[in-house]
Design a protein around this ligand. Structure first.
Ligand SMILES: Nc1nc2c(ncn2[C@@H]2O[C@H](COP(=O)(O)OP(=O)(O)OP(=O)(O)O)[C@@H](O)[C@H]2O)c(=O)[nH]1
Ligand SMILES: [Mg+2]
Length: 284
């Protein structure tokens, strides 16, 4: 399977970013803390050359804290790329990340610092902006591609911040990366096969987070041996049935994905620095 989702506004945004990057002082790159590498867009690396930059691992409240710490060490220490783990609705977290970034900008205090918020869809860019502004200035939502246009907001401290639409790239490879992105909610539901991504999620949960499964689904005793058995057992127990009493695999898959995305399955990360063995620079 090949996951492709690159609606027209993403190409438009990419071109706009290329054109406006020279006018901003700093980039606040928002990635998903559960998959900080897979949710990093290589395009951001390219436009960030010579810019002040901070990688924000957002949604840290639903990521595995141990994995998040390992990622922070990886970015800050190994790559020497300033990174912080935050929860986008926490004013303290968001302001601290912004202050650290703006403090790197060499400016006369009378001049506004211009900060652009960039990243892939659904990582929480607009949520962070609303938190920093202290009011709802941007629309947010739990599906990708909510923001469709660049938007400027003035903040305290003589800062202008620009929210931008999330962008992906035309062909997402390798498949493991596409599946992790789909499970996280970065790719539209119209472009994915729930059963395939639930299979990926079930395998991850069985291998790395069996205790989370046992807690959320206490009827799994003993834990099923493979992803398909997990999907079917959860489907049966939760009443995801078709005519004749057969398990509706699609519904059961959706249920597991919803539980995982919302954090109801606990704090789960989809990758750790130990998994780095693939080429992530797949931008086209
Ligand atoms: N658990 C958790 N959810 C968050 C956090 N930040 C944002 N969200 C949720 O993530 C979803 C996406 O948030 P948005 O702010 O719309 O994301 P975005 O990056 O602006 O998305 P696009 O505009 O589509 O690119 C929403 O349902 C938010 O409530 C966070 O720190 N933790
Ligand atoms: Mg947005």
């Amino acid at each position: 399977m090949n996951i492709q989702w690159f609606p027209g506004h993403m190409l438009e945004t990419k071109n706009q970013l290329k054109n406006s990057i020279a006018r901003v002082d700093a980039l606040l790159e928002v990635v998903d803390a559960r998959l900080p590498l897979s949710s990093s867009n290589p395009f951001v690396d390219r436009i960030a050359t010579g810019k002040n930059r901070m990688k924000v691992l957002n949604k840290a409240d639903i990521a595995d804290p141990e994995a998040t710490q390992a990622w922070l060490d990886y970015f800050n220490r190994d790559l020497r790329l300033p990174a912080a783990a935050i929860c986008g609705t926490s004013l303290q977290d968001a302001s601290q990340a912004l202050e650290t970034l703006v403090s790197q900008v060499d400016r006369n205090q009378a001049r506004k610092a211009k900060v652009m918020v960039v990243g892939i869809p659904n990582t929480g860019k607009s949520t962070i902006l609303n938190t920093l502004a202290g009011r709802k200035v941007a629309k947010t939502g739990n599906v990708p591609a909510i923001t469709r246009h660049q938007q400027r907001t003035s903040l305290k401290g003589n800062i202008d911040i620009y929210d931008t639409p999330g962008i992906l790239w035309p062909v997402i490879e390798p498949l493991q990366r596409a599946l992790a992105l789909a499970v996280s909610g970065a790719i539209s539901d119209t472009a994915i096969d729930y059963h395939e991504i639930a299979h990926f999620a079930a395998q991850l949960l069985l291998e790395r987070y069996p205790a989370c499964l046992a807690e959320r689904y206490p009827f799994l005793d003993p834990l099923p041996k493979n992803p398909q058995a997990l999907i079917e057992t959860v489907g049966k127990a939760r009443g995801c049935l078709k005519k004749g009493g057969y398990v509706d695999s699609q519904k059961a898959s959706q249920l597991i994905i919803r539980d995982l995305r919302s954090g109801r399955l606990g704090r789960v990360s989809f990758e750790t620095p130990k998994d780095i063995n693939v080429n992530h620079d797949t931008d086209q």
